[in-house]
Design a protein around this ligand. Structure first.
Ligand SMILES: [Zn+2]
Ligand SMILES: [Zn+2]
Length: 388
């Protein structure tokens, strides 16, 4: 492990910032105190600071030398609607909200890298430190791109990182191509005719629609998708009926679809609409489908992934960098930045052992031992990309 000396010197500060952010969580587009904290710190390091992009987003600009080459390093600011049960001294002071995904650690590591690079200024070019709001569900990354992130701050590549408690501390992983899945949601409303449950022949029962549709939707992956392609269709909610002896008028199904490939995503949506229409026709009722594409797949570019692997190898050692990890169907709104710019997203091992709570668990807390590793990765990457 090679922790940059200036990061080692800053570690007590980085830890303090992390604990402060952890204790004061704010959720999507409401990260006003976190955003102000980040902006203050960046200004104190001597960076040029821009606020208000995607409401609570912050971009810190650090130029050195010619200022010509430019890259972006991105962290996320938001917490989750989870009630913390970690019991740590810096636990959330806000009931029902916590940094259960480690974005507190991501923010602290990127601040640490900004402080270190601002002190040493041993690079030639521009580093944009991007702190985005609302990574969870609400697409703050998309909003930043739509509001002109890459026009206002021109850069050749953008890099992201997420702590990964399922992998041991001291490891990193990424790969060329898709790393995480596209995230879609759907809502199906079937409307029949309510009836006395003892006289079902007088109605048209949407429960029949629900039971057939839940099974039939699984045939999209099992029977329509190429066996070597990846896709997930999960019905996660069924709402219908209020009492014992009434067949309801309406049933609502909701769920999520995950995929890596746009053609697979198109296939799943198309087949879902066909299946729903067909089953509704079978049972002589109507059904509607609302299908919403939330986040695209997180797809790493080839050259930038090589750069990321080189920087990761310099910090944790090549033997501890997995360059072909198993992809997963979680999703990440950094995907919107990767659609607009070449770049690479890496996983930072943060596991303390087999019982480490995963992200989104109420017992989770960002592993402070990952702070010097992640921050060193950022400064190493910036120096390698903007070397003098
Ligand atoms: Zn998360
Ligand atoms: Zn996260």
């Amino acid at each position: 492990m090679t922790v940059a000396p200036e990061i080692a010197a800053l570690l007590p500060d980085i830890k303090t910032w992390r604990h402060h952010i952890h204790a004061n969580p704010e959720t999507a587009f409401e990260e006003t105190a976190t955003s102000a904290f980040v902006a203050d710190k960046l200004r104190s390091f001597g960076l040029d600071v821009h606020t208000g992009l995607a409401k609570t987003g912050v971009v810190g600009v650090l130029r050195n030398g010619s200022g010509a080459g430019a890259i972006g390093l991105r962290a996320d600011l938001d917490a989750l609607h989870v009630h913390e049960k970690s019991g740590v001294p810096h636990a959330s002071k806000v009931a029902g909200k916590m940094h259960a995904c480690g974005h507190d650690g991501h923010t602290a590591m990127l601040l640490g890298a900004a402080a270190a690079l601002a002190r040493k200024r041993d690079f030639d070019g521009t580093v944009y430190f991007i702190f985005q709001p609302a990574e969870e569900n609400e697409g703050g990354g998309r909003v930043m791109v739509e509001e002109g992130l890459f026009e206002r701050f021109p850069m050749s590549a953008v890099y992201g990182m997420h702590n990964w408690p399922l992998s041991p501390i001291g490891t990193m992983a990424t790969r060329v191509g898709p790393l995480m899945g596209a995230f879609d949601i759907f809502e199906i409303v079937a409307t029949g005719k309510g009836a006395h449950a003892a006289m079902p022949n007088t109605g048209r029962d949407p429960m029949m629609f629900a039971s057939h549709a839940i099974s039939a939707l699984q045939t999209i992956v099992a029977r329509n998708l190429h066996p070597l392609e990846a896709g997930v269709v999960s019905v996660t909610q069924v709402h219908g009926g209020d009492t014992w002896n009434v067949t309801p008028e309406e049933v609502v199904l909701r769920g999520t679809v995950r995929s890596f490939d746009a053609a697979v995503q198109d296939l799943i949506e198309r087949r879902m609409r066909t299946i729903v229409a067909g089953i509704a026709a079978t049972f002589e009722m109507t059904a509607t489908v609302r299908y919403e594409r939330r986040y695209p797949a997180t797809v790493n570019a080839e050259t930038e992934t090589k750069h990321a692997i080189a920087a990761a190898s310099a910090v944790v050692g090549a033997a501890n960098v997995d360059s072909d990890p198993t992809t997963n169907m979680g999703s990440e709104d950094f995907a919107f930045m990767l659609q607009a710019k070449p770049g690479c997203y890496v996983w930072l091992g943060a596991g303390r052992g087999p019982d480490t709570p995963n992200v989104h668990n109420p017992h989770y807390d960002f592993n402070d031992d990952a702070l010097p590793i992640g921050a060193s990765y950022w400064v190493t990457l910036a120096r390698q990309q903007l070397g003098v």
